[in-house]
Design a protein around this ligand. Structure first.
Ligand SMILES: Nc1nc2c(c(=O)[nH]1)N[C@H]1C(S)=C(S)[C@@H](COP(=O)(O)O)O[C@H]1N2
Ligand SMILES: [Mo]
Length: 308
């Protein structure tokens, strides 16, 4: 018989207390601290969804500690250790605007949005343009479900993703030479591809600020910088949006930014990647190994600069 192990967030409070008592005084104090700590918004009833087995990472899942302490989130600072600073991000209330060329523009409360979307778990690889990578079990919903709710109009060709810019809590915004807010984009065909995933959790728990809480996108066949964190607005447009990195350094970072080991960054090779937490270097795969699902999107676009 398969006995499903209860995970931490599923244990009712009534069972937690005796458990801590059994471990003695130190554990009791730790337990008391946990019970007294404010419960993160949305955490009480977080639904991690069921793992979608269609997408297999072919590698071990990265340790949660690595995925949550080695981050790129320039609004909080340009080094990888921004997780402490990112705790300042106020996650509730949080509103996400869906507008532009859609039949049903709407401003969602994040918890309303999560309740109405089909939540599942996807174990995806993430490959940063800086040549490191990780494998994360994300919880979220297909972007396609949100598109369907919005009703794209026939003129809608692109999606523009705008992320939060809160000067009071994001020290990085003082670096005023950067074109804040962080904006990303993709075509409507890419957005409708089943791999395009809106992330609200990771490792079965609500997403942490450093990973882009409460809502970020992930398109695993593209370099990580396409994955806008802490989204506040999604706009359907007729024109191709200009992304943050494209605005800063167009020779190095393009709109499409599909992963290709044979196309080097102007300053380094993309042939291999360092796997976080393992000390391993592995070859990078075309489309990060997701070609069977996405290569079709790019037929007839050979004249475009498809690779970062
Ligand atoms: N708003 C915002 N989103 C962002 C970034 C950022 O600096 N700001 N960095 C990007 C980059 S370069 C990467 S590799 C991924 C990293 O996601 P992770 O920290 O969850 O691994 O987030 C992307 N999304
Ligand atoms: Mo990145």
């Amino acid at each position: 018989m398969f006995i499903r192990k209860r995970r931490g967030w599923e244990i009712p409070e009534s069972q937690v207390t005796p458990e801590h008592l059994a471990f003695g005084r130190r554990a009791l104090l730790a337990g008391a601290a946990v019970l007294a700590a404010p419960i993160p918004a949305g955490a009480q009833e977080f639904n991690p969804g069921v793992r979608n087995m269609r997408y297999r990472p072919g590698r071990d899942i990265t340790m949660e500690r690595n995925a949550t302490t080695y981050n790129n989130y320039y609004e909080f600072g340009t080094d990888k250790g921004i997780h402490r600073t990112a705790e300042r991000l106020p996650l509730r209330p949080w509103r996400v605007k869906l507008d532009g060329l859609v039949d049903r523009p709407r401003e969602y409360d994040i918890d309303e949005l999560i309740k109405t979307m089909p939540i599942e778990e996807r174990v995806y690889r993430l490959r940063c343009v800086e040549a490191w990578s990780m494998v994360v079990p994300w919880n979220g919903f297909p972007l396609k479900a949100l598109l369907d709710a919005a009703g794209p109009q026939s003129g809608a060709k692109y999606l523009r993703f705008e992320t939060a810019a809160l000067p009071g809590v994001m020290p990085g915004l003082r670096q005023s030479w950067y074109p804040w807010p962080y904006v990303e984009g993709c075509t409507i065909e890419e957005a409708a591809n089943d791999l395009s995933f809106m992330v609200v959790g990771a490792y079965g728990k609500p997403l942490l600020p450093q990973n882009g809480a409460p809502l970020r996108i992930h398109q695993p066949w593209k370099y990580g910088f396409k994955a806008g964190k802490s989204l506040v607005r999604i706009t359907l447009t007729a024109e191709r949006p200009k992304s943050f990195w494209e605005a800063i350094q167009p020779q190095e970072y393009g709109f499409w930014a599909n992963i290709n080991p044979e196309v080097a960054h102007p300053r380094w090779s993309q042939a291999s990647e360092r796997v976080l937490g393992t000390g391993e270097r592995v070859p990078t795969q075309l489309f990060n190994g997701y070609g069977e699902f996405v290569a079709d999107l790019y037929t007839g676009l050979q004249r475009e600069r498809l690779w970062a």
